[in-house]
Design a protein around this ligand. Structure first.
Ligand code: 2HA
Ligand code: ZN
Length: 274
């Protein structure tokens, strides 16, 4: 019997859930994670898949990732419990050929369901895969406090957020030179926020959800986690500086400097946001 919990995909996934928990980004059942498995992952795990659970329609449809398999956190599950019990807190979903339904082929024991944000995750995977020649595999949603705090004081635009974050920590223009998108406040968990996030993710690899949290993406667990961590650190510095200066910043990294950092590290800053 294949022990899926010991495969590199599940171990890497569970470690990331625990890392986010340790950062304080996953109060209660907050946040969720998905990973589009490789052919090698599916070979490692496939012997343990079962096909007795029904197809469940999704609230969205896109055939471009039809037939893919996703490792996902469960709805209502706590990130802090994932590494203790992967099979109870995670599942592997097979997507229908038309990309409009999923069935659970492993995990999510005892009738558990995939994350309530799976519609958003799926559409984000579709657009990021298209934007990165199939490289993007990880989609991560968390509730870091400082980036959420900034959604109460900055205009809810990609330009305001990208510039404030780039200016706050020197590595930012190198780590996310395209900038970050922003989605205005919406009720989470459905097709409307999924569509708004899809539109933003077509242009940015990270998207802020106003008064809620942040989505990041990347080719592997390290890069998606590192992007969340970098954005939240920059947001924390911004919040501290705004608080210490009573809303006034005496100086920031100049626009020219932001361009130079990106250029020095072989990246191209999205100058339309400056
Ligand atoms: O509770 O974070 O956005 C999971 C969530 C919903
Ligand atoms: Zn959330």
């Amino acid at each position: 019997m294949t022990d899926i919990s010991n495969t590199s995909a599940v171990r890497g996934f569970a470690r990331m859930c625990n890392d986010g928990w340790l950062q304080g980004w996953h109060e209660r059942n907050g946040g969720n994670l998905s990973y589009r498995m490789t052919e090698a992952d599916i070979r490692d795990c496939g012997a343990a898949f079962t096909y007795d659970r029904p197809w469940t329609p999704m609230g969205v449809a896109d055939g471009s990732l039809g037939g893919s398999h996703f490792l996902v956190t469960g709805s209502g599950k706590y990130m802090r419990n994932v590494s203790e019990d992967p099979e109870g807190n995670l599942g592997i979903l097979e997507i229908s050929p038309a990309g409009d339904a999923y069935r659970i082929v492993w995990g999510l024991r005892d009738g558990a369901k995939p994350t309530s944000e799976f519609d958003s995750h799926y559409l984000c995977h579709v657009v990021r895969a298209a934007a990165t020649e199939g490289m993007t595999r990880v989609m991560y949603h968390a509730h870091p406090a400082n980036i959420v705090a900034l959604t109460f004081v900055l205009p809810l635009t990609a330009s305001a957020f990208s510039k404030a974050l780039w200016q706050s920590e020197t590595e930012c223009p190198m780590v996310f030179p395209s900038g970050v998108g922003v989605v205005e406040w919406m009720v989470p968990g459905g097709p409307e926020i999924a569509e708004a996030t899809r539109q933003a993710m077509a242009r940015y690899d990270a998207v802020v959800w106003a008064h809620h949290g942040l989505f990041t993406s990347g080719p592997d667990f390290d890069s998606a986690f590192g992007l969340m961590h970098t954005i939240e650190k920059a947001a924390q510095i911004r919040v501290l500086a705004l608080a210490a200066g009573q809303g006034r910043l005496r100086q920031v990294i100049p626009d020219e400097g932001l361009k130079q950092v990106a250029e020095t590290y072989g990246r191209k800053l999205n100058e339309s946001l400056l």
